[in-house]
Structures are given as C-alpha cells and as structure tokens.
Design a binder for this molecule. Structure first.
Ligand SMILES: [Zn+2]
Length: 539
C-alpha cells in the first residue's frame, strides 16, 4: 500500500493524506492551505487523484486547514461518505458554510479591485502565476504542468496587498487560526460557494470515539479523542492490500491538544502502530504554564474594573472563545475577579458555543462535575450575546466597566475592528491578546508597542493599554508531543509488534520539524520528514 502526503508536509496547513491499498483509496483530512500567497496558491493546483475513485474521507477535526477543501473535492466528483465525530460534523458545517460565503465575497471584492486598479491587478496576477508555477514544480507532479499551463491561461489571480503581508506569519499557529480562509482566487471563480458547502455536508457520517468503523473495503478506522477542539480526533486506520494479506496500522495524530485544557479531554495515548504521522506545530517550543495565563487574565480584569474601563479580547471563534469564557466563569466562581458584564460579539463563536453545549459527552471530568453541580461552565453569568451589527455598535454606549470578546483574533477583520476603533485612543481601555499575532497584522503592530496605527486606512493614536497572554494554546508543545509519541516505544524495541516501522513528522514548519526530528529519533524511531506530494510505499 502507498501513502501520499498531499498537504501539511513541511508546512502547517492543507492537511491531506491519500492512502491507496490494493482494495481501496481513502483520504485522511482534506484541508485548505492557508498562509502566505505561495502557500494559499497550492489550493489551486490540480488534484493528484480522481475524486470519484475515492472510497471515503476521514476527517480529524473541523479547523479549515483540515476540512476546507472538502466541498472542492465533492464538486469534482467525490461520491463517498465522510467520517467524523458528531462534534466535528456540526462544527465543520459552520466552518464550511462560512468559508463558502467568504470565498464568494472575496472573489467579488477582488473583481472590484481589479476593475478599479487594472495595472496593479495585472502585476499581482503575474506574481500569482509565478507562485502557481513554482507550486506545481514543488509538488513534483510533472504531468500536472500541461494542465496547469492551460489553467494559467484562463486564470488571472490577484492578491490583496495588505492581507498578503499579514499572511507572512512566522508562528505556526497563525495560519491555523487566521480568518478569512482564502486569499487568492481566480477573479471570477471562488474555490467553491455556500451551495457547494451545503452539498458537501450531506456526505458527512457521524462516528463515535473508540468505535471500529468499516470505512472502505479492507479499511477500518477508530477515532480517538485528540483533545484539540471539540470533537477532534486522532485516527487509527487498519488496512490490508488483499482480503488475506497482512494488516498494517497507521496512526494519524491530527492536531494534538494540550493536557488540562478546559472543557475538553486530554489527548488519547496510543501505544501500537506500524506507521505514525505526527503533527509538529510546536516542535522546538514550550508553552507558558496555563496557571500563569489565568493569573494574567484575572489581573487584567481587576485592572479594568478599578478604572471603570473596557476590556477588549480579540479571539478566534472555535476553541479559544469558549476557553476564555470558561476561564472567566471560573474566576468569577472562585471570587478572583469582580463580575463585569461580558459581551460576546461574534455570531460564529456563538454558534460554535451552541455546538459545544450540545456535546457534554465530550467534556472532561472537571467540566462534567461543574454541570452536575448545576453550574453552566460554558456561559459567563449574564453574558450578552449580540445578534446583529446594530447590537454590536450599541455596546459602546453601555455603562462601564465591561468586557467584550469579539472575533477575529488578529484584528484583521470582523467586529473586533469596530470596537478597537472606538477604544484605541482610550487610556482606560485594555486590549488583551490571547493568541499569537501574525507578523504584519494590526495585532502584531500593537503588540510590538506601536504608538500610532492605521485602522481601515485612518490613523489612530494608541492610548489604550495592550497586554498579551501566550499560555492559551490548542496545540501540544514539544515536551507534550514527545510524551505522546514515546508511548509507541514504551516496553518495546524496534522490530517488536506495535513498534512503529517509521514515524512521519508532518504539520510543521521546517524549523520546527528540524528541532523535533532528532528528539523523536532519540526515542528509537526511524523518522522521516516527507516532502509535499511524496509517495511512500508502506511494506
Ligand atoms: Zn486544528
């Protein structure tokens, strides 16, 4: 059987792996490439397979860089089932519909831009074409080149200057969290639209954790909790080339979460596999302890209360917002912060929170205990949820002090920008970052201490306080990654049953992978860092 690395190979986005056996072809994840223009252009290269010949897709979790190309593949002929946990099915629905809508809007915006700035658009189009050709070459799929040339003749691709800059992010988590999803488009052609996303959603089949599922002829899969976001999974796949052939077990880590993250359970320890594909987002890095993050959060809320100020927290819709609300609710319950009004100003985050609430079966012991004590850990007491722009704008007239959690997390768009415009010149306001800010973004400029910034083109003096917390992360750090993979070696030696024949390090930038690889090798594993589109024979 063969495994092809169609994404998240020496990069953090576009997760997609094609497993071909003598009896079946399945994809694990079908994610969108996000990041610099050179990265996003990879979504456009011709598919390496015929979607109508795929038996099934297995989806680890609902982040766009893992599920974002599913509608694209469905439009091109995929007819089979898409297996994911019930939580992932519901969150992926939100993510894909939103993505389809944003793709359409972005295409329209780009068309307008090109009409108004034909010279600039043409120059950028040429740049994009060069990036596209480079991507084809990088993929090593020579047969694609001809088809690609044809496409290039038709396609004229343009990229938005400001956003292009924003995407040049050195931090691995940036690309994963960034909204909107897509930055390069053929002028009149989004990758897919909302209707395509709706069609794709019909292919989803919900599976339970820890339950064997026959997903294709000779292929079984088990979904294990990955502790990353609600419904996230490590997928263990067992496959044979022929009905009486030997079985091989592949473990796909998906994105691995951290221990003791609120709400969801810890990542599952897995101990046997023939092959392991392990994410490496935070190779070479350690996170600050969660206690410290919570301490800074509490201190900031107290500061805002004392000065009758406003606390503005830019946050991503799925995972981070729920976690911040959970922490604030706990701090109130423990009497560590005063009870300020909290405005939740992100429709996507509110819908994601509804999905979280519906799936108490995924919660960790601590959150379950809180529910049993009739607490509502996913809800801040008296929280005010906005439903439209008018309500969002009305927040500024509220009596101080109060807090706002609004998306998006890097101030590159969304309702948070309107709040920031109101608060940036206000010395009694605090802007609190709970996630990394991508290089070149407004968030990064503020974090670096800029005294003047432009918001929607207009200059503003920075008079509000700016604080940052780095301890809230949805990804395991290096120690946690090594701890997870070491379970495959425990009590075994190379050659023993269940000791991996090879560990593939995926889903990481080259520097992170280079830092992590020798440490994984030191555990006794044969380690490989596959390149994009590489095909590996699994014997
Ligand atoms: Zn993820």
């Amino acid at each position: 059987m063969q495994l092809q690395f169609l994404g998240a190979a020496t990069t953090v986005t576009g997760s997609q792996f094609l497993l071909s056996t003598g009896q079946a072809r399945i994809l694990v994840d079908c994610g969108m490439f996000q990041g610099s223009p050179n990265e996003a252009i990879r979504n456009r290269i011709p598919l390496a397979y015929d979607p109508s010949e795929l038996d099934a897709i297995l989806l680890t979790h609902a982040h766009l860089d893992h599920c974002g190309l599913i509608p694209y593949v469905v439009v091109r002929g995929f007819k089979g089932p898409i297996y994911a946990t019930a939580g992932t099915v519901e969150l992926a629905r939100l993510v894909l519909l939103d993505s389809g809508k944003l793709q359409q809007e972005f295409a329209k915006r780009q068309a307008r831009f090109a009409r108004r700035n034909p010279g600039k658009a043409a120059a950028e189009g040429r740049e994009q074409q060069a990036a596209f050709e480079a991507a084809i070459e990088l993929s090593g799929e020579d047969s694609m080149a001809d088809r690609a040339d044809e496409r290039n003749d038709r396609a004229q691709m343009v990229v938005d200057d400001d956003r292009g800059e924003a995407w040049m992010a050195p931090n691995p988590e940036v690309a994963l969290r960034y909204q909107p999803p897509q930055m390069e488009v053929e002028l009149d052609e989004p990758l897919y639209d909302e209707r395509d996303a709706e069609r794709a959603i019909e292919h989803f089949r919900a599976v339970r954790y820890d339950t064997d599922v026959d997903v294709a002829p000779g292929v079984r899969a088990v979904f294990l909790d990955a502790g990353h976001i609600l419904g996230s999974a490590i997928i263990r796949v067992t496959a044979t080339d022929s009905p009486d052939g030997p079985e091989r077990t592949l473990v796909f880590s998906g994105d691995l979460g951290r221990h003791d993250t609120p709400i969801i359970r810890d990542p599952t320890h897995v101990s046997d596999a023939d092959y392991v594909l392990m994410e490496s987002t935070y190779g070479g890095r350690e996170h600050e302890p969660q206690d410290e993050a919570v301490r800074i959060l509490a201190e900031t809320v107290r500061l805002v209360a004392e000065h009758d100020g406003v606390l503005l927290v830019p946050s991503f819709a799925i995972g981070r917002t729920q976690e911040v609300v959970w922490q604030l609710d706990r701090l109130i319950a423990e009497g560590r912060i005063p009870h300020l009004p909290l405005y939740l100003d992100s429709p996507m985050a509110s819908r994601a929170s509804d999905v979280y609430r519906r799936h108490a079966e995924y919660f960790d012991d601590q959150t379950r205990r809180l529910l049993e004590q009739r607490e509502t850990p996913l809800d801040y007491p008296g929280q005010i949820i906005t439903n439209n722009v008018r309500q969002s704008e009305a927040i500024r007239r509220a009596k101080r002090p109060y807090m706002i959690v609004a998306s998006n997390g890097m101030l590159t768009g969304g309702r948070v920008v309107g709040h920031l415009r109101e608060l940036i010149g206000d010395p009694s306001a605090v802007l609190l970052f709970v996630g990394y800010q991508g290089k070149g973004t407004l968030g990064a400029h503020l974090q670096e201490g800029a005294t003047q910034v432009r918001i929607d083109g207009a200059p503003h003096e920075v008079r509000c306080h700016v604080r940052s917390i780095s301890g809230f992360s949805a990804h395991a750090d290096e120690s946690e990654l090594l701890d997870w993979v070491s379970n495959f070696a425990r009590g075994k030696k190379p050659g023993d049953a269940g000791f991996p024949r090879r560990v593939f390090i995926i889903h990481g930038d080259p520097a992170a992978q280079a830092a992590l690889a020798p440490k994984v090798r030191a555990l006794g594993f044969d380690v490989d860092i596959p390149r994009w589109h590489e095909v590996v024979t699994l014997d």
